[in-house]
Design a protein around this ligand. Sequence first.
Ligand code: GLV
Ligand code: MN
Ligand code: MN
Length: 369
Amino acid sequence: VVSWLRDLGTRVEVDRVGNITGTWPPDGFEPAVLVGSHIDSVRAGGRYDGALGVLAGIEVLETLISGGVETARPVAVASFTDEEGSRFPPDMLGSLVAVGGMSLEEALDVTAPDGAVLGDELARIGYSGASPCLLAVAPAAYIELHVEQGPRLEHAGVPIGAVTGVQGISWAEITVSGQANHAGTTPMDLRRDAGHVAASIATYVRTLCDRLGPSQLATVGRIELAPNLVNVVAGSAVLTVDLRNTDDDALAEAERLLAVRCAELAADEHVTITTRTLARYAPVEFDPEAVALVEAVSAGLGLASMRLPSGAGHDAQMLARVCPAGMIFVPSAGGISHNPAEHTDDEYLEAGANVLLRCVLHLAGAVTP
Ligand code: GLV
Ligand code: MN
Ligand code: MN
């Protein structure tokens, strides 16, 4: 990404948390129209989640530059660090730091379950940059192209999503401490079984969805038992809970009910349970004019569009704190994402990139379109 941005002649900057930008023209320091996304991926992810928005942004810049298009405002492409957050939580870490929502020091100290420290890893790969804060000047606007990662556009047969906002996200890491003991000799009523408690929490979060309705989502994506052996009652368990809801009050209620259930389990099963918040974001609404722009541009290109909220978190929700922000979605085959099988047909990638280009031309004020 950096070499492509350099080859285009943009002004390339890397900030201290590894966020990358390329700005055109290189001497443009006024608030830019920013596009972009992320190039990190979950460990078993696909090739479109994030990368599409960065590559399409580079394509937009290349189109402007090769076409000699002048714009009233600079145009910049960003690749934000650690959008996924599954190794170094929270998600959207790089864009969160860029908008001032997390201190640089706190971000660089984030430690992964494997013991790696974010600041050390950035230095190791050469992306502990020199720019103090990427967004010292707030952008004029931010538009992000991304794959939908869900089934709605494909089901509707619509190529473009005008994204209205992002649902609330709550991530917790729960640690259960019991006592490792012999599986054959320990009577059931004397066990302090961390594995059983972890499984109880995993099934309990499903019941929250029945109770709070279809807008409530709940996932236990990681459970680690120790010592993790066939004939040993688990002495400890670490599991993650991902709760999401478009309604912040309902999300808070899900968090409260989970805490109550954990307290009951701790008492009943004679274990201790501690909870660490990994991420907590309220639902975000995108700028109504940005949503309308995506629709209008799509119609102008003869592309059907529909409004929809995002189920996944995105850097755009952080940028929405400092500037008008919006997103363009394109369909994901089978609604599959966070999976190597993730796929979007070329015709949709091209359609999304053209919508992005037209949004940029509108927002940046093309002098010679
Ligand atoms: C980030 O991609 C998330 O929604 O988990
Ligand atoms: Mn993404
Ligand atoms: Mn993702």
